[in-house]
Ligand binder design. Structure first.
Ligand code: ATP
Ligand code: MG
Length: 332
């Protein structure tokens, strides 16, 4: 089976619907045909300030959400990034072959550092992409399923792998990015031209997996649309409606065209009401399962520990080769 790697940051208590649609849904089907590694990337999460006790809770919570959404921790390797030290170790080596200018061109860094201000911008945030490259390359990954926002990072990963291989000899598999075009980017409901994110300043336009149903309903009913009227998919002129239609279509497994037909001549309120039902129908059972899983944290920790051991073994093999290739003296 081809090797697959992906991850999410435990940067909030709950995942948001973009993580579910852009990543988790895709992972769920890919895990059947791939040897999948799914990580809860806590080393990445601390590139912006996290409250320590919350981070610990959010890490368990993110694991529970992966499992509740259908990731099977006995078929896939689901583990916490900081449990496998090789990630940080390989990232350091990759930092030394990454150009400063090259890293400066990463749009996520530009966006996040602009949002947090120069004083809160850290070397860690700058080095996020080389850590992500280490995540992927450690597992000799062939496929990286991510949302559109991560494409640039996977491209950098490929460049670094090629560079390392040509300088030190064949070491890394060159990974391919796998993006589902239609669902690659879910937008904020209050600002439908900007990506929905866990770390958005305002939560008004973010649909959280773990929100109470009443909250989800309110947020969807208040989603920004436009003054033209008409349920038509037009990303350019009607980004709000296009976003709602995208979410609806994926969660209900229906084509956009069939939704346009159903809602032809009706108001946005009807579309939103329909969407509320579909979103709650998907998230209600997931929320219940998450509560069950978090009711037994010791069992969850055991699952994460055995998965980390599996990841550790694979990662250390690659790291040993890298250390040898760059000329580190082995500890005997
Ligand atoms: P943060 O704001 O902390 O960066 P995030 O919501 O962007 O959080 P990540 O943990 O950075 O989430 O990303 C996890 C996965 O979810 C990645 O594969 C990413 O591409 C995908 N993803 C994130 N936001 C969206 C979105 N709005 N639409 C589609 N996919 C998304
Ligand atoms: Mg992100």
């Amino acid at each position: 089976k081809p090797r697959l790697y992906s991850g999410m940051q435990p940067s909030a208590e709950s995942l948001q619907i973009g993580n579910y649609i852009g990543a988790l849904l895709n992972w769920k089907s890919l895990q059947q045909t791939h040897d999948a590694f799914f990580s809860i990337v806590d080393l990445h999460a601390i590139t912006v300030a996290q409250e320590p006790s919350k981070l610990r809770e959010n890490t368990r919570g993110t694991a529970a959400q992966y499992i509740a959404a259908g990731i099977d921790p006995s078929a896939s390797t689901l583990y916490v990034q900081s449990h496998v030290p090789a990630h940080a170790q390989l990232a350091w080596v990759l930092n030394t072959i990454t150009g400063f200018g090259e890293a400066s061109r990463m749009t996520q860094f530009k966006d996040k550092s602009a949002r947090h201000g120069a004083d809160a911008t850290t070397v860690g945030l700058f080095a996020y992409p080389t850590l992500m490259a280490a995540d992927i390359l450690l597992y000799q990954t062939e496929v990286v399923p991510v949302g559109e926002d991560q494409r640039q990072h996977v491209e950098l990963t490929r460049d670094l792998a090629l560079r390392f291989n040509s300088r030190f000899g064949d070491t890394f598999t060159i990974p391919e990015v796998a993006i589902v075009k239609e669902t690659a980017k879910i937008y904020d409901l209050q600002n439908p031209v900007s990506k929905m994110s866990k770390s958005a300043e305002s939560h008004a336009g973010v649909i959280w997996l773990l929100d109470e149903p009443g909250v989800t309903r309110k947020k969807i009913m208040r989603a920004v649309t436009d003054a033209h009227g008409g349920v038509v998919f037009d990303r350019e002129n009607k980004p709000g409606v296009a976003n709602l239609l995208t979410i609806y279509s994926v969660l209900a497994s229906r084509t956009i065209e069939s939704l346009e037909t159903e809602y032809a001549g009706r108001g946005y309120g009807d579309l939103k009401k329909g969407l509320v039902e579909v979103v709650l129908g998907t998230f209600d059972p997931i929320r219940e399962r998450v509560a069950e899983l978090l009711g037994d944290p010791a069992e969850l920790d055991r699952v994460l520990a055995s998965n980390a051991a599996r990841a550790d073994a694979v990662a250390n093999e690659t790291l040993a080769t890298v250390y040898d290739r760059v000329g580190f003296l082995p500890r005997r």
